[in-house]
Design a protein around this ligand. Structure first.
Ligand SMILES: Nc1ncnc2c1ncn2[C@@H]1O[C@H](COP(=O)(O)OP(=O)(O)O)[C@@H](O)[C@H]1O
Ligand SMILES: [Mg+2]
Length: 293
């Protein structure tokens, strides 16, 4: 690795980062040239200010630009890491089409995002499901809305319930499940629609650490199997290292991208990885970047 930030081939704006504890650090992120052909997802000059009833503005996101290219055959997880309240959810909401940004555009497969759509799936921290539907009916809900025949729905819901380890729980109601199991329902319900990108907003934030680690591993297994592109938001550094192929480090509010750090390929990602030196080094690097800006 070089001491001076060097863009790496094929990854616009990616830099090699060295740990330096000498205090304040300048951003190393260089926005990509976005004049070329559209990648899978393009976020361009995104800024957002919330305005309340009295007209008071809260600037949440400022000038965020990044591209996500399609990497067929590799489930890819891109993590946005930033302090609480910095604007992480706002970025995801803009991609989801849940807010109209004050400035800038988001394109999915070249198409401007103006509203929520089936090509994006979202998993929130709080499990949002229909309490009066069984687990299986919740998982099948999107397919039903779109007229998928019953037999086909059943086949697919069984596949996804198995993938998330809930094959035995199809006929239960969500209220009878633990927090981790509920989030597995949310993941199955999202993936069954085969979204182009999966947006995950601190989905494991409310779970106890043990369950959380299990869910992180499950997410990695499922995403590899499904060949998904996942944008994952967290303020948890350890979670970021565990899940990410690359991490965008965000500033305090208004969120700006400060750095992009590639996480090396770990041959085995299970809970024991978290106590290895390699893992801890990246964790430290990210902590340093997060708190020295
Ligand atoms: N609907 C809203 N109206 C006004 N302010 C909001 C709204 N949603 C979020 N904010 C403010 O915008 C800032 C960023 O919020 P958010 O994107 O939720 O941050 P994060 O997800 O990183 O915690 C916060 O200061 C928050 O209070
Ligand atoms: Mg949030």
């Amino acid at each position: 690795m070089s001491d001076t930030p060097q863009p790496q081939a094929g990854e616009p704006g990616t830099v090699a980062v060295t740990v330096d504890r000498s205090g304040k650090r300048e951003p190393t992120w260089v926005p990509p040239d976005q004049s070329g052909p559209m990648p899978r997802l393009r976020v361009k000059d995104l800024s957002h200010t919330y305005v309340d009833k009295t007209g008071r503005g809260t600037e949440a996101v400022r000038d965020i630009s990044f591209d996500v290219v399609d990497k067929p055959g590799t489930g890819e997880v891109i993590v946005f890491l930033g302090p609480s309240g910095c604007g992480k959810s706002t970025i995801l909401k803009a991609v989801a089409g849940l807010i109209v940004p004050t400035k800038g555009d988001v394109f999915l497969d070249g198409k401007l995002i103006e509203e929520p759509g089936r090509d994006r799936g979202m998993v929130f921290q709080q499990y949002t499901s229909f309490g009066w539907l069984t687990v299986r009916e919740n998982v099948e809900y999107g397919l039903k809305l779109h007229g998928t025949p019953r037999a086909e729905r059943r086949k697919l819901s069984q596949k996804y319930l198995e993938e998330v380890g809930l094959a035995e729980f199809g006929d239960h109601f969500p209220k009878d499940l633990s927090g981790g199991m509920k989030q597995r329902v949310a993941i199955a319900r999202t993936l069954i629609n085969k979204p182009r990108v999966v947006l995950m907003d601190e989905p494991f934030g409310a779970l106890d650490p043990q369950t959380r680690w299990g869910m992180q591993s499950l997410l990695l297994d499922v995403s590899r199997q499904e060949d998904n592109t996942i944008l994952f938001v967290t303020h948890d550094v350890s979670e970021a290292v565990y899940l990410a192929d690359s991490v965008y480090v965000l500033s305090a509010r208004p969120a700006r991208i400060l750095h992009r750090v590639n996480v090396p390929f770990f041959a085995n990602r299970d809970a024991s990885l978290k106590s290895t030196r390699e893992f801890r080094e990246i964790e430290e690097k990210l902590l340093d970047l997060l708190y020295s800006s």
